[in-house]
Design a protein around this ligand. Structure first.
Ligand SMILES: [Fe+2]
Ligand SMILES: [Fe+2]
Length: 460
């Protein structure tokens, strides 16, 4: 808590920059959805769409867009949505669907009426709506759908939307605050209000002291070295591949956390800063752990960076440091939300959690590399506290700054797209992935993790 004099000093010296965000005003719709006229209009638009011809040129599957529960706006009670026969950029059939179409459709996408209307009117990305859990893939392959997400998006863009967009732009100004460096302390939290032991960050800190004190140097890799000698070249390659992603990932989060800690400290949030000291220490240990593992187990040091592909580089080489280091010059609530969204929600909460779960499952099922398994179990526990703090921070920021919700949501959407592309990228070099690793499992797990976090935030 800051003293009021100090707050005045800070407020008067805040450097404000005006940034313009705009949203488009909507006008009420006059025509009705899901009528014969609407279906006819859609079919015509789809047949004439040059965009769909290009984006859908590799899509050859029939699709049932199911409305669950069926909308009363559908022409007949027995109708459950729409059936589309799509072949290489062309629409051969678009009609109302009934129950019998569930057997013949290759892909079934299911959502309630309001979700379909959101997709149609706001031209949302259907792949993203699947990630968020509002659109469900009832039949078909998630891998195929995420590969064809541009086709799916272009397809829904052709559906007639009766909500017109006004040309008027509504500007919302946002103040970007640079929190000045504190040059002196006026009072101390501990001697003024007292440390809040009941606060969530302090409870996390208690757990960190209990579970986060493991030492990477005390983990034995003796059996790992023996196991390594028995592995085939392909098996070695996938372990080197995954290790190279985790190793650089842990280094990136170690290097890039500091600006967030500094921002929290400048705001005088002592309990949060106390927890963050354990957070950074743990990331440093994770970096040490992987470096020890590869040094002690791999006979020769491989070329790790050959496995860092474009989407991985985009997230870990650029986006993460950019979003975190921005806090040095812009510590506005939106900048903090973006930093935590990238760090806690996407890098830790979606990619790292999925990767570690898959890695551990693979090693355990094959009874391999016990030292690596042991470290990953401990590391996963640490990560769950980091993600819990991230959710706490995001909730706190959103509660006080509801106008940040839309731009934050957009930020997450873009990054989630990159995160799924990282998963596609991992599997690209392999025809058959050793140890039975499956892309479908990765994608499903990543989506489940993201959905759980989003539900806790309640922003969608
Ligand atoms: Fe970590
Ligand atoms: Fe972490």
């Amino acid at each position: 808590m800051l003293h009021s004099n100090e707050l005045n000093i800070i407020n008067s010296s805040i450097i404000s920059l005006k940034v313009m965000w705009f949203t488009k005003k909507k006008v009420a719709r006059s025509k009705k959805y899901f009528t014969d006229e609407w279906v006819g209009e859609w079919k015509r638009a789809l047949e004439e769409s040059e965009l769909y011809k290009v984006k859908g040129k590799e899509w050859n599957a029939s699709v049932l867009l199911r409305m669950d529960p069926p909308s009363p706006a559908l022409k007949k009670e027995s109708y459950i949505g729409f059936y589309l026969d799509l072949q290489y950029g062309e629409c051969h059939e678009l009609r109302y669907a009934d129950e019998t179409d569930r057997d013949i459709a290759d892909v079934i996408l299911k959502a309630d009426e309001s979700t379909w209307l959101t997709l149609i009117e706001q031209k949302k990305d259907p792949a993203m709506m699947i990630m968020k859990g509002s659109l469900k893939l009832e039949k078909g392959s998630l891998v195929m759908l995420t590969n064809q997400k541009q086709a799916a998006k272009a397809l829904l863009q052709t559906a007639p939307s009766y909500e017109k967009e006004s040309l008027d732009e509504e500007y919302i100004s946002e103040t970007i605050d640079k929190i000045p460096v504190r040059r002196k302390h006026i009072s101390f939290n501990t001697t003024n209000r007292g440390l809040d032991f009941e606060s969530f960050p302090m409870k996390l800190f208690q757990k960190a002291k209990q579970f986060g004190v493991w030492d990477p140097a005390s983990i034995s890799f003796e059996k790992d070295r023996e196991d390594w000698k028995k592995l085939s070249d392909d098996e070695k390659t996938i372990i080197i591949h995954l290790s190279s992603l985790f190793m650089a990932g842990e280094e990136a989060v170690t290097l890039d956390l500091l600006p967030l800690i500094q921002t929290i400290s400048k705001e005088g949030r002592l309990e949060e800063e106390i927890f963050l000291t354990s957070f950074l220490w743990e990331e440093a240990k994770h970096t040490e752990f992987f470096s020890r593992f590869v040094k002690e187990v791999f006979v020769e040091r491989p070329d790790f960076e050959q496995f860092h592909k474009p989407f991985y580089k985009k997230l870990f080489y650029r986006q993460l440091p950019e979003d975190l280091n921005r806090l040095y010059t812009d510590s506005s609530p939106l900048a903090q939300l973006k930093a935590s969204g990238t760090y806690n929600m996407i890098v830790e909460g979606t990619l790292a959690e999925t990767g570690y779960e898959a890695y551990h499952k693979m090693l355990k099922e094959n009874n391999l590399l016990p030292g690596l398994q042991d470290g990953i179990i401990k590391l996963k526990q640490d990560e769950s506290r980091h993600i819990a703090y991230g959710l706490y921070l995001i909730n706190r920021l959103l509660n006080d700054n509801s106008d940040c919700s839309a731009p934050f949501e957009k930020h997450l959407e873009e990054l989630l797209d990159d995160a799924t592309n990282v998963i596609h990228e991992i599997f690209e070099p392999y025809d058959v992935v050793p140890f039975g690793l499956e892309k479908e499992w990765f994608l499903n797990y990543a989506i489940k993790q993201f959905q759980q976090r989003i539900n806790k935030l309640g922003i969608y």
